[in-house]
Every structure is written in C-alpha cells, then in structure tokens.
Write a protein of this length. Structure first.
Ligand code: ADP
Length: 589
C-alpha cells in the first residue's frame, strides 16, 4: 500500500510517500518551506535524486496543489491512502481516525485548543479531499499518545468553571515520543511494557515525555504546545502571573503577550536566533547571551528528565531525538551532566561519535551506567504511514470494522454510601488510573469480596461512583465465592444475589453481584460506520487461529464520547486465547 503522509504546518508543508506494510519504508520525501512574496523553496528526495529549487506558491495550502504533479513526476501517483498529522485531537481522538464529514467537523471544533496548528492541518485535509476524492484519509493525532496521562498530570489547579470549559493538559509530539520509545525498547530487547523511559524531543518545538511501561504518563507540553521546555521561538514554562505584570507594566494585550510567547521567545527571545547551530557557534566565540541561552535550555530539559524519573519511580533509559537531540553532542552532554546521582553517566566519546544513518539508535552511556542513553532520529511521518495503513487494514467497507477488545477482570462499582461504609464517611477514592472510556478511572484502593465458599482479595474499584453498588465477577469467580451469579446487563440489578464487601473501615452486605453480559461501547460515529444502534445485539468473532470463536448476543451501548471497544470478561478472554487485549470483528447484525 502506498501512503502519502502530509504534515501541513502554518509555515511549511512536509510530505512523504511510504510503502506501508510489514516493513514500512519511505520512498519519497518532499517539502515546501520559506514562503515569501508569493514563492517558496522546495526539496524532493527520491532514491538518488535530491532536487531543490524555487516554486511559485504563496502558502503551504497553495503548495499542496503542487503535490500531485510532484508525485506524477516521480511515478508515485498511484497512492492508496493519505495520512494527515493533526496536532490537536482533544480528549476525543485517542487513535488514528478515518476522516469523514463528521470527524472533520469534530476536529474543526477543536480549533480553539490549537488555533495555530489545527486550521492549517484541516485546510490540507479539505484540499486533499478535493484532489483525491476517492482515497481514504486518516488523521493521526499528536495528542493521542498522551490520553493515557492520569488526571494528576492533566489537571491544572484552576477554578472548576475553567476546567469544565476544557482547560487541561494534553501534551504533543505524541507520535514522535511513541516512535522513539518503541525504538529504544527494541534496542534494549525488552518489551516496552517493562520499561520506564524518558523521551527528549528537541526540535524547533521541544518536549519531554515520561513513557511509563509503554504508556505516556506525563509530558512537558500542556493545554497548548507552549508549556515546558525552552524552544526555538516559544518560551516554555513562564509564571502565569506574567500576564498581569506585562499588562500593567507594558500595557500589552493578551494577544500581544501570547504572540510574543509563541513567536519571539525561547532561544530567539534569549539570544536573537531560534537556530541552535547559530547559538552554539556564537557561544563558542564568547557571546554571553548565547551562552546563557544554552545554559537555560539545558537546565530546563535536565529538570524535566529528573522530574519524570521521579514521577515514574524509576528510569531505564533516556532517548534523545529532534534536530538538536540528534545533532548536538554538547547539548546532550549538558543535559545529562549532573544526573550521575540517579545512575546516568554519559560516555563522552560515544556521545561525540553518534552516527544515525540507517535509522540507527546508538547508546551513549558509559559502561556501568545503570540508565541507558539513546540517540535516534524521530520518524513521525513513518509512524503516520504505519498507523494510517493499520487503521485502514482494521476498517472494512460495508459496515464491518475490527474492534479493540478490552478484558474486564473482576471489579466493583460503588455507591457513595458504600464508600462511606467501607472507607469512612466522606472518603474520596484515589482516581489512580485513567481508563479508556472518557471520565472512567480505576481507584488506587482495593476491596475484598467474601462469599460462603471463599474470598477474592484486592478487587479493583472502578469509578465514577454510581447510584447503586454493582459487583462484576466471572463465572469462575462465582465458584470461588460459592454464589450462583446470574449474567446481567450492567445496571439490571433486580433480584441479584448478595455478597459481602470488606474495606479498611468496615464491611457491607449488598446485592448487585452479576456476571456482566459482554457488550460493545461505541461512539455515534463508529456506530454509524458499523451500522449498529444502541440496544442492538450483534455477533463478534475473536481470538487467534487456534482458539478463534464467535460470541453471539453482544449488546451494543452507544455513548456520545465512548471509546469504541468490546468488553468481555476473563473467562471469555481465556476461552478465545486473548490475554489483556485483542481485536475482534463484527460478523453479524
Ligand atoms: P522541527 O521541530 O521544525 O522539525 P528540527 O527537529 O529540524 O525542527 O530541529 C531544528 C533545530 O535543530 C534547530 O534549532 C537547529 O539549529 C537544530 N540543529 C540541527 N542540526 C544541528 C547541529 N548540528 N547542532 C546543533 N543544533 C542543530
């Protein structure tokens, strides 16, 4: 499959063509940049060809019109799909998504969250839908990887009304952080789910990400790509009190301040240039402004590396990427120096000798360093091509679609009264783990279930709290408890058996014990694509070749913001040879 990947920014259009499959490869790389007075510079790379020149395009969206001709010239006009980088997917888009009228509209509605980026991305989507009306187009979101961040990382300590209006941290560069973390895990030779990694992406935009056991746990960019590190022209962290001070002292408007924080700050604000090469050269010649800029840049990055090691409670490796991370040994050294206390020592010769050709990911830590340090090129476009191809391989025409499957282990949903009885009056559960269904979480606390035959210890509590306590176990669990438990849809609790729940402050005997009937959560867009409706019963085919089977009578539950996935219990997963997660296919409606 040939995938055209587009990264349409406000000041450049970068694109690539990838042969996507088991081994996704880039076959063409193109860019249009430096738009000025109705023209721009272009560069096309294909095999041995490396062509540069000027083109009469006034803006990135104008330049998009040149892409079909460029592809034709290099015999690449038989593309099968288009993958778009979309900067902001809000809290809705947690996975690559097929672009149709509804999803384009939903992305447009997120513009206030990324006023500089999303409009340019969407303009490219709209133009491509006109240029290639028959090709499937997929959005891959910078924010998606970070949707696993817990509320403690995503919540700003601001008034409730602001949070309700949508003010929260998202994080960006997700595609890059995910790729380099996976690349490091591959080099280490251990599953990413075993590793605690800090990814340091230092390009014109820059961010650090804590990748805890394969999932993003926190990242230095926030609500917008302005928070965090010192960047080319963006300030990174600044006291929000600056707004009041600058308004009173210099008479600046909110717009003036915001513009300056985006465009005239960072390296440019500190030393007059946003280009690290330039600043390093000037610093070496004794320019004190350039020297201070480098010190601030490295200090901020080192603080985040340390903070994320602390946040994860451990660190196996640091990965450097982005133009500065890949090419500046002195910046890598400044960031790593001083981290010996947490087991990270750099090998200075290896650091100087980094060679990244052929997608290498060399290690530059000293022998004996407990923490490894990698350098590798990021490959956002390659990831977008891969994810586009995977999303399309998963999606089928004619109402069929592969669906993610989540396996629910035994758990309880508690009422307010139950929490009071089990943990103490007014007790607030720790919303420790954010679940994929928006607004749902798993508590840090656990409870014990007791039946006439035996007990089940450390049973998870899932939130939010409900009107009525509901306890969900598998049939195997029902034998361990010694209680005959009926299969019920969630919430259908009339006449269900009683079980005793033990908590640290007391116990309760309550009904609500069920084996949850398997079901599909779907958002309205996916439901429409699948041709299913709330309340339908469908069949789902799951499992690997040896143990594949079809689950009949699977209830469809459509929710406005639902993350589309099938929920089965541990007995069902075992029967189908699925471990923590898998995929299934709708076979019958
Ligand atoms: P973008 O975020 O736009 O993709 P890049 O990842 O290309 O940006 O990073 C651009 C930054 O990398 C610039 O500050 C540039 O000066 C810096 N850079 C590139 N090569 C070197 C180098 N050899 N030494 C120091 N900095 C470099």
């Amino acid at each position: 499959m040939l995938v055209l990947v587009l990264n349409a920014g406000s000041s450049s259009l970068k694109f690539g063509v990838f042969s996507a499959g088991d081994d996704t490869r880039e076959v063409f790389k193109g860019s249009y940049e430096r738009f000025q007075n109705g023209s721009c510079e272009y560069r096309f790379r294909h095999g041995e060809t490396d062509e540069r020149g000027a083109a009469a395009f006034a803006s990135p969206s104008d330049a998009l019109k040149g892409v079909p001709d460029a592809l034709k010239r290099f015999d690449l006009d038989s593309i099968d799909a288009i993958g778009h980088r979309i900067v902001h997917g809000g809290s809705r888009f947690s996975a690559p998504t097929l672009l149709d009228d509804e999803t384009v509209e939903a992305i447009a509605a997120l513009t206030p969250l990324a006023p500089l980026h999303n409009p340019a991305n969407l303009e490219a989507v709209r133009l491509c839908r006109g240029l290639w009306p028959n090709l499937p187009q997929v959005a891959v979101f910078d924010t998606a990887f970070h949707l696993t961040n817990p509320p403690s990382a995503t919540t700003y300590a601001v008034p409730a009304a602001w949070r309700e209006a949508g003010l929260r941290r998202y994080g960006f560069h997700g595609t890059s952080h995910k790729y380099v973390a996976m690349r490091a895990a591959l080099e280490i030779g251990r599953p990413i789910s075993d590793l605690q990694l800090v990814s340091v992406h230092l390009g014109n935009g820059a961010s650090v990400c804590a990748v805890n056991r394969g999932q993003s746990m926190d990242s230095s960019m926030g609500m917008t790509p302005l928070e965090g590190l010192v960047m080319g022209t963006r300030s990174g962290d600044v006291d929000p009190g600056a707004f009041g001070f600058l308004s009173r002292r210099l008479g600046l408007s909110v717009q003036d301040i915001e513009d300056a924080l985006y465009e005239d700050s960072g390296l440019k604000g500190l030393a007059g240039s946003s280009d690290m090469r330039d600043i390093e050269d000037r610093a070496a010649k004794g320019d004190p402004q350039a020297q201070l800029a480098i010190e601030i840049y490295a200090y901020r990055a080192r603080k985040y590396v340390g903070a994320y090691a602390a946040a994860m409670g451990g660190l196996d490796a640091v990965v450097f990427t982005g133009g500065i991370g890949e090419n500046s040994p002195s910046m890598r050294r400044r960031i790593c120096d001083g981290l010996d206390f947490m087991g990270l020592q750099l090998d200075h010769d290896r650091n100087m000798a980094v060679n990244l050709s052929h997608r290498a990911a060399p290690q530059i830590q000293a022998y004996g360093s407990r923490v490894r340090v990698f350098v590798t090129e990021t490959a956002e476009q390659l990831m977008i091509a891969r994810e586009t191809a995977a999303a399309l391989a998963g999606g089928r025409s004619g109402g069929e679609l592969r669906l993610p499957i989540a396996v629910s282990a035994r758990h309880v949903h508690l009422s307010r009264e139950a929490v009071d009885d089990l943990f103490g009056k007014g007790y607030m559960l720790d919303q420790a783990i954010r679940l994929r269904q928006p607004g749902h979480w798993a508590a840090g606390e656990r409870v014990t279930l007791v039946g006439p035959k035996g007990r089940l210890e450390r049973v998870a509590i899932l939130g939010p709290l409900r009107e009525r306590t509901q306890i969900e176990v598998s049939r195997t669990d029902s034998f361990a408890l010694g209680i005959d438990v009926p299969v019920r849809d969630s919430g259908e609790l009339e006449g269900t058996p009683q079980v005793t729940i033990l908590g640290p402050a007391g116990s309760i005997a309550t009904d609500g014990l069920i084996i949850a009937a398997r079901h599909i959560h779907a958002n309205p867009a996916d439901a429409a694509r699948l041709g299913i409706q709330d309340g339908d019963y469908v069949d789902i085919s799951v499992g690997d070749e040896d143990r594949s089977l079809t689950f009949g009578r699977t209830l469809v539950r459509v929710g406005a913001n639902a993350f589309t996935e099938v929920h089965i219990d541990t007995d069902e997963a075992n029967a189908a040879g699925i471990e923590a997660a898998g995929t299934g296919e709708l076979v019958h409606i």
